[in-house]
Design a protein around this ligand. Structure first.
Ligand code: ADP
Length: 197
């Protein structure tokens, strides 16, 4: 079977980490995340969790640098015949940095990176996302604020319309349901996709 590059996206609390890990286990693929665990990814995570003041251009360039470093690893798995599931990728940059920058400028910075075969967008409202994050942990990250999440949500929807025009394959999943129901729907969509290629 052709190795697939599968990405999970959604606002904070939508379940990208939970669901991407479950699906990766089910299909016996590699799993990884962005920001990565590289030196650059660790710097980004520190900035987000400690709300460190940072110039938005610097933060954007850190995300792009981290993703550029990640390309070799993604390619290596796909070339070895193994599928890879990622918790967040290019659409997250278009949504989160899209609050500050123009989508065309953001897309141009990403356009030479590998295009995923499938993106699953886990769709929940910002209110549900915030509730889940509050329950999950005591402290909230930079983007885990209801007004920020509302903006990110709008930017996600806007950037998916943009990416679909660029030929990206995006499935919207109602992520208000139980983890088990979401998992089943994603696995069904993956089966349909495999049958179609
Ligand atoms: P993200 O990575 O998108 O921020 P997580 O996967 O970390 O989201 O999930 C955030 C919290 O919400 C976790 O505590 C997780 O167990 C919970 N959660 C995830 N998906 C669901 C769901 N479908 N229903 C209820 N809770 C969920």
């Amino acid at each position: 079977m052709k190795p697939l590059f599968i990405v999970f996206e959604g606002i904070d609390g939508s379940g990208t980490t939970t669901i991407s890990k479950l699906i990766s286990k089910e299909i016996n693929s590699e799993w990884d995340k962005e920001p990565t665990d590289s030196e650059i990814g660790i710097i980004i995570r520190g900035i987000l969790s400690e709300h460190k003041p940072i110039n938005p251009i610097t933060l954007l360039q850190l995300f792009i640098a981290d993703r550029a470093n990640h390309q070799d690893k993604i390619n290596k798995f796909l070339k070895s015949g193994k599928s890879i599931v990622l918790d967040r990728y290019i659409p997250s940059t278009l949504a989160y940095q899209g609050i500050t920058f123009e989508i065309n400028d953001l897309y141009n910075l990403n356009k030479n990176f590998i295009k995923p075969d499938i993106v699953f967008y886990l769709d929940i409202s910002p209110e549900v996302g915030m509730e889940r994050k509050k329950k999950q942990k005591g402290t909230l990250e930079l983007y885990e604020d209801i007004d920020v999440l509302k903006k990110v949500y709008e930017k996600h929807i806007f950037s998916f319309q943009f990416l679909q025009k660029e030929g990206w394959n995006i499935y919207f999943i109602d992520a208000n349901r139980s983890i088990d129901e979401i998992k089943k729907e994603v696995l069904n969509k993956l089966k349909e996709f495999y049958n179609a290629i």
